[in-house]
Ligand binder design. Structure first.
Ligand code: DP6
Length: 354
């Protein structure tokens, strides 16, 4: 027999960024972060997990290609979920698995993204959140999403925020064992539903530096990171929570853009950051998009769109409503036509690709 579960998890985009760890194995951050979870219909991971007595080892396929599960992150997630497994019964199939059986049963995992992997679109966030969620369903784990978020966090820090919709905060926590480093929902997806998120896919190539090694180098070499983590972010978190509660788009835009810029400032302040020409060109394109958005916001008097960039060059633009979205798209298409020398491939709004 084979027992299977399939789940879908959306990705999330940080508006106050996580960058830097205090513990690399448990994945504990040096500051709190806040993100918005995208609509699962648009950018998401779909994962199927299966268990059978015929399987003799844990195996995983990503986009149809087998990947090694030897990395500590997968093992940590699997171990934590197995430790919480419960009895499972499927009467129709005549399957009965006891809590004890799970120790000796192996699982197979197949995972797909409907967006580029490792191109700075938080694919690891959706990926690990979905892995943990689907394994928890398969093994009848009874923990709430907060506890599951602490397990997903051990796969990839940003993954803990993908277990909830709407705006989500990852509380960095104080405990050494990470037990209080969990995600908490701030408001659900209906709270601010006029916002429209557009992703300008500049480059779908894989990132050259992983977030993990990039943030390690930042913590080791940047003189600015401590000031950011201890002084700037704690204040921004309070202000951002308030702006989200009040749906105050002007403050939201100011904080989102400032935090994206400061995240890139600490990256520039990291030794060996600008290692190659493609990274320099990418930074130039980021600045051209920023300048286009800022000029427009200034000319309108009130901000129409917030921008934020993660570790890759793809621009995430959050428009205040549908009217500003169409005006923004006209502007972007004029200044950055897809497939021109700008290197911009396409725009994605929701499930529509332009
Ligand atoms: C810039 O969560 O990918 O997107 O914990 O090492 O897996 P690891 O890093 P990851 O880092 C995400 C960094 C970011 C900001 C954010 O999502 O908060």
């Amino acid at each position: 027999w084979v027992l299977m579960v399939t789940a879908q998890t959306p990705t999330n985009i940080a508006v106050i960024k996580y960058w830097g760890k205090r513990d690399e194995n448990l994945i504990l951050a040096i500051n709190d972060s806040i993100s918005v979870t995208l609509d699962p219909a648009h950018l998401c991971t779909t994962t199927t997990v299966a268990v059978s007595p015929a399987f003799n080892q844990d195996r995983m396929w990503l986009l149809g290609k087998e990947i090694s599960l030897s990395g500590g992150r997968y093992q940590n997630c699997l171990r934590e979920i197995r430790a919480r497994a419960n009895d499972v019964e499927d009467e129709k199939k005549g399957i009965k698995i006891t809590k004890k059986d799970w120790e000796n049963l192996r699982v197979h995992v197949a995972s797909y993204n409907n967006f580029p992997t490792a191109a700075g679109l938080a694919s690891s966030a959706a990926g690990f959140a979905c892995l943990v969620y689907s394994l928890a369903k398969l093994m009848n784990v009874q923990e709430d999403n907060g506890r599951l978020s602490a397990i997903a966090r051990q796969g990839s820090g940003s993954a803990c925020r993908s277990l909830y919709g709407g705006f989500v905060k990852w509380v960095m926590g104080k405990e050494e064992n990470g037990s209080d480093s969990i995600a908490v929902p701030l408001v659900d997806e209906r709270h601010w539903d006029e916002l429209v998120i557009i992703i300008a896919v500049v480059c779908s190539r894989q990132k050259e530096t992983s977030s993990t090694s990039g943030m390690r180098e930042t913590v080791e070499t940047s003189a600015l990171i401590e000031h950011r983590a201890k002084e700037v972010v704690p204040k921004r978190i309070i202000q951002m929570e308030e702006a989200i509660q009040k749906r105050d788009f002007a403050t939201f835009t100011h904080l989102t853009c400032a935090d994206s810029n400061q995240f890139h400032a600490v990256c520039l302040d990291t030794v060996n950051f600008l290692l190659n020409v493609s990274q320099i060109l990418m930074v130039c394109l980021i600045f051209r998009i920023i300048s286009c958005v800022e000029k427009w916001n200034r000319s309108e008097g009130t901000p129409q769109v917030a921008y934020t960039f993660d570790a890759g060059p793809n621009a995430v633009l959050i428009a205040r409503n549908r009217t500003s979205t169409s005006l923004l798209l006209q502007r972007l298409l004029f200044h950055f036509p897809p497939n021109s020398e700008t290197d911009l491939n396409s725009y994605v709004i929701g499930d529509k690709s332009l």
